[in-house]
Each structure stands twice: as C-alpha cells, then as structure tokens.
Design a protein around this ligand. Sequence first.
Ligand code: ADP
Ligand code: MG
Ligand code: MG
Length: 920
Amino acid sequence: MATKTKSNEKYVYFFGGGKADGNESMKNLLGGKGANLAEMAGHKNLKLPVPPGFTITTEVCTYYYDNDRTYPRVLDSQIQNAVESIEKLMGKKFGDKKDPLLLSVRSGARRSMPGMMDTVLNLGLNDQTVLGLIEKSGDERFSYDAYRRLVMMYADVVIEKAGGLEPVKGVGIRKLMDEKLEKMKKDRGVELDTELSASDLKTLVKEFKALIKKHLKVDFPEDPWQQLMGGVGAVFASWNGKRAIEYRRIERIPDQWGTAVNVQAMVFGNMGEDSCTGVAFTRNPGNGDNHFYGEYLVNAQGEDVVAGIRTPAPINNLSKNDHSKHLTTLEKLMPEQYKELDAIQRKLERHYMDMQDIEFTIEKGNLYMLQCRVGKRNGVAAVKMATDMYKEKLIDAQTAIMRVGPHQLVELLLPMIDPETEKLAKVVAKGLPAGPGGAIGRVVFTSEEAADWALRGEKVILVREETSPEDVDGMHKAQAILTSKGGMTSHAALVARGWGKCCIVGCSEIEILAKDKVLITSKGQRIHEGEWISLNGTKGLVYEGVLPLKAADLSKNESYKTLMKLVEKEKRLGVRTNADTPKDAQQAAYFGAEGIGLFRTEHMFYGEGSEFPLFLLRKMIMATCEKDRVAALDELAVFVKKDIKATLEAMHGYPVTIRLLDPPLHEFVPHDKNKLQELAKELGVRVSVLNRRVLALHENNPMLGHRGVRLGVSYPEITEMQVRAILEATGELIKEGKSANPEIMVPVTMGKHELRHQREIVDRVYKQVCKKLKLEKIPYLFGTMIEIPRAALKANSMAEEADFFSFGTNDLTQMSFGFSRDDIGGFLPKYLDLKLLPDDPFVTIDQSGVGELIKIGVERGRSVKPSLKVGICGEHGGDAESVKFCHRLGMNYVSCSPFRVPIARLAAAQAAIEEKMALN
Ligand code: ADP
Ligand code: MG
Ligand code: MG
C-alpha cells in the first residue's frame, strides 16, 4: 500500500488497511498525531481500526516557509496517489457524485498543541456530492449536517484564519454562523443541533455560503480538490497563526519544527442514534486512578465533545460526575462496542507503557480509532500513575522517576482552601473539578482583561462560558479558570491540566453576562468584575469572597512517599534548605531536606519577637566607640546563641550553614523622624547624634557597599560575637549529648586575604570557647560564599582558606550581568519577548555565563583542595534545570526554600538518571 513515487523525496506517508509507511518513532517527520496514527494502524501488535489516510511531512512545512509558501513539485502527485489508495480501501471516490469519499484534514506537530491548529472535516462535499451522500446513506439530515459543518469550518479555518482576514467588526465568521444556527433553533423551538431537520440544515448551508460571500468576499469552493488543497494550505499557514505562536512561546516549542498534515477518510459519529464520538483516557487524568475514563456524545461529530456544546455522557459508571450521572453510559448503550474499545485501550496502554488519551468514533455500530497520544495529567495524577505503573511492573523505577515533571510536584504541595473555613463557607456554585488546588482571585470576563490585570499585579480568576485557543495568554496569567460550559475534556480543562492550574469547568449554575461584566448564580447572587471569589478546583466548588489557603498534607499521599523513596535511591546530590527559623527547618526536614544550606543571622532582627534584639543591634550600630559597641554586642550575643542553638538542635546533627551578618548596617536603623526620636530616647542620646550616625551610614549603592565580610573587617568584634555564639551553642549541645554540625560562612568575599582575616578571628575564638567549655574539640567547618565574580576566578587561593564554598547565585548573577535583581522588572519582559535572553537569569541559572563562573570556581577550588565541599544557596536551588546543572558540576548539595525541597530532590534523581542514560 506504500505510496510509490519516482522522486527520491518522500513527502507523503500512507496508513490504513493494516499497514503503514511510518511509525511511532517518526514524530519529528510525521508529527505526533501522524506517527501515532501510523503506529495504531500498522504495528503488528496493534492493527487497530483506523480510517485510512496519509501524513504530509513536516519537511513540507519547512519547504513551504522557505519557498515563499509553495510546495515541492512532486507533492501533488504523491497526494493524488495516496488519495487513490484511500479510495481503493474505502470503495468510494473523492468528489464522486454517486458515492463520495469524504476526508478530514488535521494538523499535527511533533508535540501536541491542543486546539492550536484547526481541523476541517467532511471535505469533498458540495451541492452535487451531497446528493450522492444522501442517496448512499439514506439520511438527508445527516448529510446536510455534515455539509453545514464543512462550510462553517472551511470558512473559519481556511478562508478567514489561514487567509489572514480580519474578522468583520471583530466578529469572526464562525460567530456569525453560530448566530444563524442559534436563530434557526430558536425559530424552530428546539434546543439541540440534533433536533434541526434536514431542510433546516439545508437552509443553513445556503445562508452560510451567503455569509461567506458577503463578509469574506469569496465563494465557497465547490471543487473537492480545491477544498482539499485549501485545507492542507490552511494547516501550514496556521503554524504561523497568532494562537500557535503564542502557545509555542509559552510551551517553548521551537518555531522551526513545523507541522505535519494528516488527511484521513471520514467516519461519522453523527449518523444517528447508533453512532457517537468520544474522548477517553486509559486512566483518570484528574487523580491518576487506574480505570478507563472518558466522555462521549451520541449522534455527534468531531469537536462537539471538546467544544462543550452538549453535556457529554460518561463512557462508564466510573466516569460519571454530578453533571452527567443521569446520562446513559456507552457501556450500557453499546455494550459490544464498549467492550471492544476497552480491549483496545488496554492494549494501547500496554503498548505505549503510559497513559493514553484517545479519540474514537462509532459509525453505525462500527468502532474507529482516530487518535492516541500520551495523555496530559495533573501533578497528583502524574505521581500516582508513575508509582502505580511501577508497582504493576509496567515500567521500572527510573522511568517512574522520569515520568513526573519536577514542576508537577508543586501541585501536590499546592495550597488548598483551608478545610476548616471551607466547611463553614457557603458554596455559590458547583462545577467539574478540572484542575486541582485552591485559588483566590478577582473575577474578570475576558482573557485580555486577565492579562492586563495580572500585569498590574492583580490576582484574577478568568470566568468564561468556555475557552478557546485565543484565550491561552489570559488563562496562563490567571490564578484559575472557571467556565460555565464544557466537560472534563473541554479546552479549558485540557489546557489547565497541562499547566497544573486550578480550574473548574461546566459550572452550569452560573450565568455569565460578559457585556455587563457580571455573573449570576442560580440562586440569583450577582458577582461583578473585580470582586473576589475562591475556588476549590479539587472538588469543583465556587465561593464568594476570599477564603484562606492552606498548604497540602503530604503525609497522607502514599504515591508521593513511594516516589520519594525511589528518588532517594537514585540521587547523588544532597538537598538542603534555606531556613532562618526552627519552624522553617522542621518544615524542610519533613520534605526531606538534609541540612540547612543557608541560615541568615539577620532574620532575628525582622518580624515576630525581633523588637528587643533589634534594639540591641541598633544600640551596637549607634555606638560611637568600640567599648560601647562591645557592650551592646555582649547583650546581643545571648539572643544570637539561643537562636542558633535551637536551629542546630532541630536539625539533629545535619549540617547547618550559618552565614555571618550580611546586610549593610544602615538597613537596620530607623529612617523616619519619630522612630529616630524614640530610639534616641531609649538609648539616652541626643537625636542630632543619631542623625549624624545615620548620615554617616548612608550609601549611594548599598548592594555594593559596606556589607558582608566588609563589616567583619571594619568591626571584627561583630564577627567575633557571632562565631562565639555559634561555637558555644555547638559545644553546649555536644555536652548535652546531642550532635551539631555548624558551618560558619563568610559572605561577599572577593579574595583569600579577607578570608584569612576572618579565619584568624575564628581560630582565636575557637581556642577560647574550647577552654571555657572544657572541650577538646568542637566540630565546625569554615567556608565562604562565592558571589562575586572575582571570588570565582580566585577560587584556587580562596580554597586554601576554606573548607567549603557555597555559590550565592542570586548575587553572582546580579554582579555578572550587572542587573539589579530588584529592578530587573523594568526591562526583562522586553528582553524575553525579543529573545535577547532565553530565561529570567534569576530563576534559571544562566548556564553558559554565570554557570561558567561556577564551573571555574568548582574546578579551581577542588584543584587545590579535592575535599572541598561545594553547594549553592539562593533561589536557583529550587529550579529543576539549575539543580541538574549543579549535579553535572559534581556539587555536594543544593539548598533551596523549604517548599522547593521535594522538587530539588526529584530533579537531582532525574539528573543522576540522565547521566546514566548518557553513559549507556
Ligand atoms: P485536535 O488536535 O484538536 O484534537 P483533531 O485533528 O484530532 O484535532 O480533530 C478534531 C476532531 O475531529 C476530533 O474529535 C477528531 O476525532 C475528529 N476527526 C478528525 N478526523 C476525523 C475523521 N477522519 N473522521 C471522523 N472524525 C474525525
Ligand atoms: Mg484542532
Ligand atoms: Mg484530537
């Protein structure tokens, strides 16, 4: 059945009749959809009932854009041959007046871009062939239904969108046609499309064509081949449509990939009550449960399920929800076909060894498979499926670990509406739980608004009847999405699931008056634009106002625990946390942190309980001579020691890296007049004295000013006090029979002489403390942060004075780029837009620049001291890509904020697996 051509260039790959030119491994060439259609149709273990068709390769897309939107010369004949092959298998001819073959044209990029590219169904119908279809099918209503769908899709997708026509007065042709359809239903007094008669539909076809002529200034093409090639061209053109470009930007799909085009014989789910179309998943994509899950619509075609036009029915009992529980299941309605479908889905999952998302159509009792692909799932489901499949021995441990995206773990840690408060709150509406977690935000009704408000820093929830690909930008920027229509397989649900966003769909208890910017609940409550609502996406509940959000409880999640056990076996890189309080430390330990990588001494001067220590600190700062300063420091030492001791104790001997005081002193002095007066009174000095001191401390560029080790050099007594507190706390814990392992870390160093200066203080204090506590030795390490580019370059000499390095990647990035991390917002969006930077370097380590400095730092440091312990602290420690980078550099650990610890652990395990795979 393979398409033969004289040319060497094969642009068209055929599938059908139990054979296929391509297979699943050819995604780059055939796109995801085409490769999987070939696999389903042709693989010896599958040979599923797939309507015959062919795939035009992505190379043609590339050619098309490289050659002024033209095709390779041989393409035409290859397409004609392939259509002939379909005709032979189907026993019908394309364009035949008696028994026409109808075709669909579908896009398919390497990675699925749901809803991004448009499909045109029923190509080949015109005023002549429709008569043949009526004749053959004996069903006039069905035939005109197919015809009016073709005219509508063709006008929208091919003529308007791909033709780049601006919609008339902002209203697209599809909308105009929808209005005609709605009017027709109203005139006839019916509710559903399916209730319209053949002659109604025939009238609609005429009206639609007139609309095309009037608004788009062209005729609907009656010639089937013109239709087909128009459809093919539209798919290629849509690759550079606005929606596709937007989606690629968000999902980081390269523009060069291009899309393939799939042409396939039509099968009809709209041929009456023994026909249907559906979408299903081999496991529940919402929670990962191992049961077949899906929705279908009787007497419907193609996108009706996804578009949420009617409420889809559940395929089986386990797929029922509150909206659909009264509807007949496919299992009950067509038991035989259901059984066949169930067998196929099992086969597919075993074959692909992963959860599959499938599309099927039943035409007059005959089942056809139209698509399969690895199904999107939310984080909760991803973890459950990966660990379940591991236990079922479908996949091995390493595959299970690789199956979960580190960012997906975030969803397990996702805040939920506080259950105690929720119990008391009144539900204003209920919908389908399409995306888990809780969210609060202000209501907006358009995606433009969502984007605008979000840009102003507002938290918004996008409320729509349903969403379409045009909405992705606003959806992305919203906290959550709420739709009044659509089911669990609707556009909103699919997209939100992919992003792990809180989402409720099919919330029919609200009515949206978008023009008036208000929604009305079935109980008559009105919620206006800008008003707050809260969503429970796990249960599908909507509340008015702001409910408090609460962190999730992982201790009850068995799949998570299983996954983390597997992770622990694979990972080599340690994961610590940045924690300033015993409470943070405990939280992080619970998430599996193996120590603290950054404990900031200054935290004790901020927030709860900080008043007195801050007062003492200020006293110290305001001191005008060393004697006064030492006196104030002695008082302060008590607090510092207590704090450090509690944290060391909470970590049970895990290492705790304690950073010496880092911020410039002027950060701690009050700046307004009243506060200064108060302080003067408390300190018993004149305000003018204080003022002079404040002025003296003022700096033009404090980030590059008198801070970090520079403080310790100017005021050695500050270093001394802290070191004493650390060593005494440790010594005391040791004497109490506990274990403690502090690591004293000097910030903002630029060379070895600074470090030696501080080390001499530590050595001196160490001897004193040992003597005082009558201890032979007290465990501790001495090291430094590397956050100044010079320090990275001088790492060899720095290593002579240090037991460890910790790369402070926030400051290192700031100083390498010369970007102020507090002011980057002013220009970064433009940089990302213009692709002058691939990422925000403060989120993901700039591997080729800053990363190079880190690499140099590690190499030079270890060349002098092979045992040098190396880690990073800073926000990058919780970014999966950055964690993997650290693994590759052979670091000992990364340190991140408590809630990122599980993500970093997973990323560390994945890095180890990737390394093994690269070696094999
Ligand atoms: P998407 O990428 O949006 O899923 P598809 O190309 O899968 O788009 O097609 C949209 C809808 O049209 C799907 O429901 C699909 O099942 C249906 N469809 C596509 N081709 C055919 C065909 N040959 N026969 C019947 N239905 C089809
Ligand atoms: Mg589509
Ligand atoms: Mg599809």
